[in-house]
Design a binder for this molecule. Sequence first.
Ligand SMILES: Nc1ncnc2c1ncn2[C@@H]1O[C@H](COP(=O)(O)OP(=O)(O)O)[C@@H](O)[C@H]1O
Ligand SMILES: [Mg+2]
Length: 708
Amino acid sequence: MTDKTIPRPIRRLDETVVNRIAAGEIINRPANALKELLENSLDAGASNIQITIKDGGLKLLQILDNGHGIRREDMAIVCERFTTSKLKNFEDLSNINTYGFRGEALASISHVAHVTITTKTADSNCAYRACYSDGKLVPAKPGASAEPKACAGNTGTQITVEDLFYNVPTRRKALRNPSDEYNRILDVVNRYAIHNSGVSITCKKQGSNQSEVNTLSTAPILDNIRQIYGSTASELLELSKSFRKLEFEVHGYISNANYNLKKMIFLLFINHRAVENASLKKTIESIYTTYLPKNTHPFVYLSLEISPQNVDVNVHPTKREVRFLNEDEVVTAIGDTIQERLASANNSRAFLTQVLNYKLVRTDSQAQTLDSFWNPDNAFNKQPKDNSRNLSNSLINNNVRSSNLKRKRERFDVRLTSILTLRKRLKEVEHKGLTELLANHTFVGCVDDSLTLALVQHQTKLYMINYNVLSEELFYQLALFEFHNFGFIHLSVPAPIRELTIFALESCDHYESEDLKPKEEISQIIVDQLIARKEMLLEYFSITITENGELATLPLMLKGYAPNLDKLPTFLLRLGTEVDWETEIGCFETLSRELGLFYAPEPPNFSNISTSIDDNQFDNSMDICDTSNVNKDNSLSSSKGKSLEKETNSTFTEQQKKAEIARYKWQIEHLIFPTLKSQFIAPKSIAENGHVLQIANLPDLYRIFERC
Ligand SMILES: Nc1ncnc2c1ncn2[C@@H]1O[C@H](COP(=O)(O)OP(=O)(O)O)[C@@H](O)[C@H]1O
Ligand SMILES: [Mg+2]
């Protein structure tokens, strides 16, 4: 211990120590460094920014842009502290329209990492490359010159940051989890990628050919949100309002009352800068509590444009917090705007409070279904007594909801022209009105246990929908969009294709043995055909055919949903008879159509459920697991596997029948209709063939009821 009674001499700190301490304030983890680099690229007017990361940014952070570049003569000082091209005098601060202005970021980074800059301006004949350490130019190799070296390159800048915090061991120790750091980086990139419509931003791990973020320079904000957060976008309400007195405007997208998350996603921009503001966040959260189930949260993207004179961005070196004039009033005004927007979007719900008095219909997903009125004992609509099923349902339910926002697993980028063409065709025959109707519908209930009809409400109109026909098309579309990216449904015992196709042929009315080849021969042809194509089936469709001619897995088309295995024999037979195995596009189209037919739900049929297939030979229970998903959810696979077990050998007791019907209806309401809402491109043929019929205009109905 030093003697505290004797004063020690005051010394001036060494400049590198000062700089390193200062650097720590701005750059305390890879995500901060990336934010600074990204902002510099945007300040340089880039329309294309490519980010590459290794080990959560600790090993490598690289950013390549097509901005205006750095002049050769500025390269010597670009990494020195307080050197900037963006601010000349203090007055400029009140009118700043660039992210940077302090000239500290590159300097800070160069004090805690090895920095290499390669850059070219439009009027230079070549690019220049230079290495930096502690703010100064350093030779790339010992003994070489430190001066920038001419090299080939396009206009723009590439900055490489290697071995972040190599000289700050305590920091390095504190950042031991690269995947955590990578997620923080993605969070920063997501925000900027969404907000900067007009700029294409990609982000990937080094060595991977899959980008985690990949927005297009032509995409509007809503498409960027869709690219990053999936189908969330279909549940968003647009917000746009200006406040002349308070001198600000707010634009944004907020989730509606039908959508919720375990954790709030709040993307806030003030004058295009990604910032945080605790009081605004709290206000928004409290508004949503009246709209969302307990402990669930909204998605909110807000962009505020506040008169620059009223904003102080210079509160903190990281500029993460900003202060603005009349903060309380501005927060209240934004809160009111959100409140109004939610209330107006929920008109139909307010309407429904009145309707629920009649105990007739509902438009709110939390409310009861029609079935619960018809069948009050229904264990599914009341508190389920069967805990395992309850657990399984809630797991699936959560999964369906959260999967939208969970970071997507690494997906194969499908480039096959055949698939891209088939996807494009969907748009060519789209009936936009019907897509919109489905995107904004409210499920009312299934019409009958034995029919594939359901009622939905759209605005004030009631429609009857043949969901079997819609589902065929839905699963066809899912097959095209999930192509090469399916998870797996494992059959607990592989299904013998030969026996099942013979069984299908025997049950087929049109099969006349005199005219056709013997059943056994047809079945063998089908088995051989499938074995010959097993690599393709596995790779693109997650269909596993074993060497012995058994079917071991099916594609997981929709999380938590499995097809009715009664249709499996017919599906296998039709793979042989209906699929065009000759051309690529023909094969993918017809095979996807067959998947559509197979996966489309049909009400359980208790009369012919017991088949002649020996139970020991083919136990048709399944484990659903998305094995290609990095966030494997084992609990889902095991609990769901159980709940899907079906009995084929015995007759059903009344209770089993009820449970089976309830399970089936649960899938329709919680899996099929939400997907029709979020992902379906309605074809004209469905709109024109009477599969969606308007059956009532609610205001007229209420008038009638009021008279009763
Ligand atoms: N990607 C880039 N493209 C063009 N110029 C850049 C880029 N990154 C940095 N610069 C130049 O380097 C300077 C210093 O950057 P920085 O340290 O982040 O400070 P600031 O952004 O506050 O000016 C900037 O003012 C800019 O002139
Ligand atoms: Mg900067």
